[in-house]
Write a new protein. Structure first.
Length: 545
C-alpha cells in the first residue's frame, strides 16, 4: 500500500478480536466492543446492549436465599436449585411461573432428600437438570448417596402441585451419584463414574426415568477415563433424514456420539467416537445453536455441526475471540446459552489484567464477536427469544437479559449505568517505515440528546497520545441561547453522522489505537472511522537517556 501525504483512510469495525496487531488479521478488528452489539439495520454498525432487568427476587419467598446452582426452563416456568436456610447448608428446588410472576410451591422437601449446597467459587461439578416424561431429573454434587439418594427429581405431572424427592433408580440401582443426566429418546441417560470399574452411561426405561429394568442398559466407553458432560444434537443422515444423537464428553480429550435406541430394530443403539480429539472441561458451556452443538474446548469455542463434524475454534489467530476461553481460570464455572441468533458465554479471563469475569457474544448470522460485556452469568438459559440470567456476584436474584434492543429497553443494570467502549485494535501498519500524524479524524456516531463521548488515541503501551470530547446538543437550538458556531441551528440533530475527533494537536504515532467511551442509551450507534494520515520524514521517535 502506497500512502500519499494527507491520505484519508477508512476503518470499519467488523467485530471483536484478540489480536495485538490489526495488520495481519480481519480488516476492522476491534480490541473492545464493551456493551455494544450489532445493529440490526446495517453491517458493521453497533448499538448498545440493553440492560438486564431484575425478574425474580428469591429473598421474599425463600428464607436465607443465596446461590442458584441450577436452572432449567420448562414451558413457561423456570425450575432450579437454590441455597436456603430452610435446611441449612442444603439446596432446595424452586419453581417460578414466568407468565403469572409467581412462585409455585414444591412439596416433599426435607433435609434428608436435598443436596448439600456447593461452593460458590472454584472448580466444581455443575448440577444438571433435564425433563423426561413428567419428571425433571436433577444431578448435583451435593448428593452423597446417603440414605440411597443418588439424584433428585420433581414430579410435574400435576403442574399446580409439583412434588420433589431424592432417590435411586429402581430394580437396577446406580452404583454412585451420577455427574450428569440428559433426556434422550424418552429415556434418562445418567453418567456415572464409580470409584472402581469403568465409567458408563446408564439409561432408564422409556418414559420411566426412575427405573432401569434391564441390567444391560449400560454403555461403556473403552477405558476408565471419567465421563464429564452430555449434550443432545440432531444429525442429518446420508439419506436426507434427521436423527437424534447424544454426545458424551470425556473431559477435554474425547467425545462419543450415541444414536438409536435399545428397543429399536430400524435404528439400533450405537456408539461412535468423534474424529477430533477434543472435548470440554466446561459442562455448562454445552448448548444447542442453529449451527449445531456449541461447547468450550481448551482452545476456544467449537461447534459440532449436524453432520457430526467438529469446527475449528471460532475466531482463532485474531479472526475473533479465543483467548478468554483458552485462559479460562475456572472452566467448570463457564456458562453459555444460545437463542436463534446470539451465543452468550461467560468466562473468567486469566489472560487479562485482574482476571475479570466477563461475557462474550457471538452473532451467528454475521459471524462476529462482541464484548466484553459487563453483566456475566453464573447460569444462563433461553426463554422464548430472551435469556434468564443468574448473575455472578448477585445471589438470590434472576434477571431477564434481551439479546437485542426493543422499544422498552433500558440501560441501567442492577442500579449501574451501562457504559460502552468502542476501541480499535492496533491499527494496520502503513508499511511505509515512517512515523505518521493524524491531522483530521471523524467517527460515525448517533448520539443521545445531551450525550458526550470521550475519545483517546493511545500507543502500543496504552499511553495517551491525544484526547478529544464529542458532545451532542441537548435540545433544539434557540437564538440567543447558544454560542455561535457551537450548535446546530434549529435542532439537536443526533442521527448517525460523522463526528469530528478534534485533537488539540496532531497525533504522532507509529502504532495507534483509538477508543471512544460513553454512556449507553437507545439512540447511540457506532460505525465507521475516517483518519487523515500524514507521513512524516523520519523513521520513528526515539528516546535517549
Amino acid at each position: 500500500m502506497t500512502l500519499r501525504r494527507s491520505t484519508p483512510l477508512p476503518f470499519s469495525p467488523v467485530g471483536l478480536s484478540d489480536t495485538l496487531d490489526g495488520t495481519n488479521v480481519l480488516k476492522g478488528a476491534m480490541s473492545s466492543l464493551q456493551n455494544l452489539i450489532p445493529d440490526p439495520t446495517t453491517k458493521n454498525l453497533w448499538q448498545c446492549r440493553p440492560a438486564s432487568l431484575e425478574l425474580i427476587d428469591f429473598a421474599g419467598t425463600f428464607a436465607g436465599a443465596g446461590f442458584v446452582s441450577a436452572q432449567i426452563v420448562v414451558g413457561t416456568r423456570v425450575y432450579g436449585m437454590i441455597a436456603t436456610s430452610r435446611n441449612l447448608g442444603h439446596d432446595e428446588p424452586f419453581a417460578y411461573d414466568l407468565v403469572t410472576g409467581m412462585f409455585v410451591t414444591i412439596s416433599g422437601v426435607t433435609a434428608g432428600n436435598t443436596p448439600i449446597s456447593p461452593a460458590t467459587t472454584g472448580a466444581w461439578t455443575p448440577p444438571t437438570m433435564t425433563v423426561v416424561g413428567t419428571y425433571i431429573l436433577i444431578t448435583h454434587p451435593g448428593y452423597t448417596g446417603s440414605g440411597g439418594v443418588m439424584f433428585g427429581y420433581i414430579n410435574i405431572s400435576n403442574p399446580a402441585s409439583p412434588a420433589y424427592n431424592g432417590t435411586n433408580t429402581a430394580t437396577n440401582a446406580l452404583p454412585t451419584p451420577p455427574v450428569a443426566v440428559k433426556g434422550f429418546n424418552d429415556r434418562a441417560y445418567f453418567l456415572v463414574n464409580p470409584p472402581t470399574g469403568q465409567p458408563a452411561a446408564y439409561f432408564t426405561d422409556i418414559l420411566a426415568p426412575l427405573t432401569i429394568t434391564t441390567g444391560t442398559n449400560i454403555i461403556t466407553f473403552d477405558d476408565n477415563v471419567p465421563l464429564t458432560a452430555l449434550g443432545a444434537l440432531p444429525l442429518n443422515t446420508q439419506f436426507g433424514g434427521i436423527i437424534q444423537a447424544l454426545v458424551v464428553f470425556k473431559g477435554a480429550t474425547n467425545m462419543y456420539q450415541i444414536t438409536g435406541d435399545a428397543a429399536s430394530t430400524s435404528n439400533p443403539l450405537a456408539k461412535n467416537a468423534l474424529s477430533v480429539a477434543t472435548g470440554t472441561l466446561a459442562p455448562n458451556s454445552i448448548c444447542p445453536t442453529p449451527k449445531g452443538l456449541a461447547f468450550m474446548a481448551p482452545d476456544g469455542i467449537r461447534i459440532i455441526d449436524f453432520k457430526a463434524n467438529v469446527t475449528d475454534p471460532i475466531g482463532d489467530a485474531g479472526q475473533g475471540v479465543t483467548v478468554p476461553f483458552k485462559y479460562s481460570v475456572v472452566p467448570s464455572r463457564v456458562a453459555a446459552a444460545c437463542n436463534a441468533t446470539v451465543l452468550r458465554i461467560t468466562t473468567q479471563n486469566g489472560y487479562a489484567s485482574g482476571t475479570p469475569t466477563s461475557e462474550y457474544w457471538f452473532d451467528l448470522p454475521r459471524g462476529c464477536w462482541s464484548g466484553p460485556h459487563t453483566f456475566p452469568a453464573s447460569l444462563i438459559s433461553v426463554y422464548a427469544n430472551t435469556f434468564l440470567i443468574s448473575p455472578v456476584g448477585v445471589p438470590a436474584k434472576m434477571f431477564q437479559g434481551d439479546g437485542a434492543q426493543t422499544s422498552i429497553s433500558t440501560f441501567v443494570e442492577d442500579g449501574v449505568q451501562l457504559t460502552f467502549n468502542y476501541a480499535t485494535a492496533m491499527l494496520p501498519d502503513t508499511q511505509q517505515m515512517s512515523e505518521n500524524a493524524i491531522i483530521e479524524a471523524t467517527v460515525n456516531f448517533a448520539l443521545a440528546a445531551g450525550g458526550s463521548l470521550s475519545v483517546t488515541a493511545s500507543d502500543e503501551n496504552g499511553a495517551a497520545l491525544g484526547t478529544s470530547t464529542i458532545t451532542a446538543p441537548a435540545q433544539t437550538t434557540i437564538w440567543g441561547g447558544f454560542i455561535w458556531g457551537a450548535a446546530l441551528w434549529q435542532g439537536g440533530q443526533n442521527a448517525l453522522a460523522p463526528r469530528q475527533m478534534d485533537f488539540s494537536e496532531p497525533v504522532v504515532f507509529r502504532r495507534l489505537s483509538i477508543s471512544v467511551i460513553g454512556n449507553c442509551a437507545a439512540g447511540v450507534k457506532a460505525g465507521d472511522m475516517f483518519l487523515r494520515y500524514e507521513q512524516l520524514g523520519y523513521l520513528q521517535q526515539r528516546s535517549f537517556e
